[in-house]
Design a protein around this ligand. Structure first.
Ligand code: 9Z3
Length: 319
């Protein structure tokens, strides 16, 4: 498989021409706008978290696709810490990636954790083995409190097109909040895609020999988001590299180009224990110590504390 960078500024053409508009985008925009209005009126800050990897189809009737790596752990755990800090959260996540609270039990087989009591079989009384679901009562309490207060709005995406359109809709829906809106863009987003006009309709046949694919550059959505859609918001992007020696230079480069507030820089192999919070005029390393790892402290707790503090300062400056 060979990849050719077309180097086209696809932002020149509109998003809708190059990326299929999901049928439900208007409905989701309305729901997000109502969520923003409700929580804004209650004096709450609202964070839009993106989480998980995007899928790029290779065929219109898709059998094969390219995926970006992301388990969704960073987004899902960060959502919990933002909720604990008093934020309302829109969780724009890849379908079936990790989800706040339930992420803590993905290793458990649900059916192995339940017991059906013979005397009550008719009425279906089932109990939970709490040794198999550690801290379940505490986690359930937190989850139910968030749910009953309507503080978490989940929105799903799967393909790159869905991600781009839903992010645009979210930015527009949150624009009324001004500086009280935060964008925490932790999703791993494809840099390349095949435009519909160049995509084969049917399954690519291996009988035609080795596959050559030419892919276009995905438009940098951060640019219109910061400049046009949510110009007053506090925007954080994530920079992922596998080579640590270029990480900070790439993070600084992103800040220079997009002029947003923060880049959280991380390296694939060490992302659970080490990140650098980079701003225009500062750079702060967040590290988990051995002792914190033993206590199962998560780096997202430190990231969220740092960023929510910076967000409050941003609001105080901007008003
Ligand atoms: C990240 O860097 C996230 O921290 C991870 C989290 C995806 C590494 P997990 O979901 O991993 O906990 O398994 N996200 C951003 C990745 C990305 O695509 N960034 C683009 C880039 O680096 C810019 S927006 O060029």
């Amino acid at each position: 498989m060979s990849f050719v960078n077309a180097g086209v500024d696809a932002m020149a053409s509109s998003l809708s021409e190059e990326f299929a508009v999901p049928a439900h985008v208007e409905e989701v925009r309305r729901v997000m706008a109502a969520f923003a209005e409700q929580h804004g009126a209650a004096g709450r800050m609202v964070v839009l978290i993106t989480s998980g990897g995007t899928k790029v189809p290779l065929e219109s009737r898709t059998v094969r696709f390219l995926d970006n790596f992301s388990s969704g752990r960073r987004g899902a755990s960060s959502a919990e810490y933002f909720l604990a800090q008093g934020y309302a959260v829109i969780f724009l996540h890849r379908q079936r990636s990790l989800y706040p609270y339930t992420r803590l039990y993905t290793g458990a087989n649900l059916l192995d954790c339940l017991t059906l009591h013979p005397a009550h079989e008719g009425s279906g009384l089932v109990t939970v083995d709490q040794t198999k679901l550690p801290n379940i009562t505490d986690v359930l309490k937190r989850y139910q409190a968030v749910k009953s207060a309507g503080l978490l709005l989940p929105v799903e995406f799967s393909t790159l097109s869905e991600y781009l359109h839903l992010l645009k809709a979210a930015a527009q829906a949150l624009s009324s909040l001004g500086s009280k809106a935060m964008f925490y863009l932790a999703a791993a987003v494809s840099d390349f895609y095949i435009p519909p006009s160049e995509m084969p309709e049917h399954k690519i046949q291996s009988s035609n020999g080795p596959l050559q694919i030419s892919m276009k550059m995905v438009p940098k959505i951060l640019k219109p988001l910061v400049k046009d859609w949510a110009p007053k918001a506090f925007v954080i992007s994530f920079k992922l590299e596998t080579d640590p020696s270029i990480l900070l230079e790439r993070a600084r480069c992103a800040l220079d180009i997009y002029k947003h507030q923060v880049v959280v820089a991380n390296v694939l192999d060490t992302r659970h224990g080490y990140v650098v919070i980079v701003t225009k005029d500062s750079q702060k390393e967040l590290v988990l110590t051995e002792e914190e790892v033993q206590r199962e402290v998560e780096i997202e707790e430190k990231i969220v504390k740092n960023l929510s503090h910076a967000h409050t300062q941003f609001i105080n400056q901007k008003g």
